[in-house]
Design a protein around this ligand. Structure first.
Ligand code: GDP
Ligand code: IMO
Ligand code: MG
Length: 423
């Protein structure tokens, strides 16, 4: 059985956590394959909201195995906070449901300090990093000096840790940045002890064995979004991993031919948190309205998210990069009260219209909008396609026609149940 992949097509926060949770009953295995605790995936059910950062969003389903895959950068300190919260809030013993790839890289305390120091040094050009140490950790991975989860059981683990830490301390001398490692290291060592209680796996073998067993159904859960991809996103305002479908292959150790459905998820409008270009960004009342109704504040950092209209040029680019086979549209309900809804169908650069995502997305670029009449009714309690307003269906039809991909799921609220699954 092939691996289905669900990934964000915009700048992250498309509602991946919610939808993975909704889809989990159809799968036996949920695996993260890139990113780290920069992610914040929210799940809501039984009047409870919970945000996961490192743990795959299948963790609430008892019968499912969750895997933190090879491509993830794992912060033991945040891992412990998350595991403890699952235990205290929901009584979940994660050791039974969650396995960790030995080849996943470890974030160490000085990665987080370096992230802060480097961002500060960038001044106005800062990326708006979540400061979880992601960039420095992937830098060490590519630099071939990182620590990996599997190293924890080595006799010389402490020696390796100290050597990497010393390299970071040398580097930090270049920055005028104050820090104290005492508490960070304490939490990190506690996290390392907790990791020892988990099953550490050769994830590439385990996942490929699952693929061979016809009964196993695997869903790979992307983090961030395609427009934050280190190669194809709005560089340098991106994260440091491959957030696109190809990243699922390297992040899990599976061949491209083993990818099944590619489920691309997008909001009915756009948001972005952190710096960087955002062609359809709104600075007016409509932008504020989207932020207020959509509760657009970062799940990881609490920062207000920048809001704007749907960008079809960017969406088509993401569909192309990922080979999306089905689309999922979330937060349709946030548009319930809008008189007019807009979609950018092209950009104008120096008066010339283009319909592709250009190299210089940061330059003078003006979106060309198509307008739709709003449906002006509450759709949050709808669960059947036939009950959705005609004007919303027109909006959906347009996106399907333009992208050439069917929208299979429409999310109409944050709760697990506020979901319309189309036949
Ligand atoms: P992720 O990072 O892609 O998992 O998304 P986040 O959890 O960071 O952000 C999505 C936010 O929108 C969360 O607060 C969700 O609870 C919420 N959400 C998800 N789907 C919907 C929806 O269809 N409607 C509304 N109103 N909120 C939603
Ligand atoms: P989920 O999985 C939204 C953004 C940061 C910053 C840039 C680089 O919840 O969709 P990093 O900490 O990776 O060095 O930050 O990427 N960013 C996200 N934005 N959702 C996320 O994850 C993000 N993860 C990183 O805001 O602009
Ligand atoms: Mg998020």
């Amino acid at each position: 059985m092939k691996v289905d992949v669900l990934l964000g097509l915009q700048w992250g926060d498309e509602g991946k956590g919610k939808v993975v949770d909704v889809l989990t009953p159809n799968y036996n295995v949920i695996t993260r394959f890139q990113g780290g605790a920069n992610a914040g995936h929210s799940l809501e059910f039984n009047n409870m909201k919970h945000v996961l950062h490192l743990i795959p969003s299948g963790i609430f389903h008892e019968q499912v195995i969750n895997i933190i895959g090879n491509g993830v950068v794992l912060d033991p300190a945040i891992f412990k906070v998350e595991i403890d919260a699952l235990k205290s809030k929901f009584g979940i013993d994660s050791t039974k449901r969650l396995h960790l790839a030995k080849k996943a890289n470890l974030i160490i305390p000085t990665h987080k300090v370096l992230d802060g120091a480097m961002e500060q040094a960038k001044g106005k050009g800062k990326i708006g990093s979540t400061l979880k140490g992601i960039g420095p950790a992937y830098t060490d991975k590519i630099g071939r000096r990182a620590l990996r989860v599997g190293d924890i059981s080595l006799d010389n683990f402490e020696e390796k840790y100290q050597a990497l830490k010393q390299q970071h301390l040398q580097l930090l001398k270049l920055y005028n940045y104050e820090f104290d490692l005492t508490e960070l290291e304490k939490e990190w060592y506690e996290g390392i002890e907790l990791i020892k209680q988990f099953t550490l796996i050769d994830a590439e073998h385990v996942i490929n064995d699952y693929i061979k067993e016809d009964k196993s159904k695997i869903l790979a859960e992307g983090a961030q979004g395609s427009l934050l991809d280190v190669d194809y996103g709005s560089y340098p305002f991106v994260t440091s991993s491959s957030t696109i479908c190809a990243g699922a292959c390297t992040g899990m150790g599976i061949a491209p031919s083993k990818i099944g459905q590619v489920k691309g998820i997008f909001k009915a409008y756009c948001t972005r948190v952190g710096s960087g270009p955002f062609p359809t960004e709104l600075f007016d009342d409509d932008g504020q309205k989207l932020r207020d109704i959509g509760r657009e504040y970062g799940s990881t950092t609490g920062r207000p998210r920048r809001c704007g209209w749907m960008d079809l040029v960017a969406l088509k680019y993401s569909v192309m990069l990922n080979g999306v086979t089905e689309l999922i549209m979330t937060k349709a309900d946030v548009l319930d009260q809008f008189e007019t809804i807009k979609i950018a169908t092209a950009y104008k650069i120096n008066g010339v219209e283009i319909d592709y995502f250009p190299y210089d997305i940061e330059g003078e670029l003006e979106p060309v909008f198509k307008e739709f009449k709003g449906w002006k009714c509450d759709i949050t309690c709808k669960t059947l396609e036939n009950d959705l307003p005609k004007k919303l269906m027109e909006y959906i039809d347009f996106i399907e026609t333009e992208t050439g991909v069917p929208i299979k799921i429409i999310s109409v609220g944050p709760d697990r149940d506020a979901t319309v699954i189309r036949k």
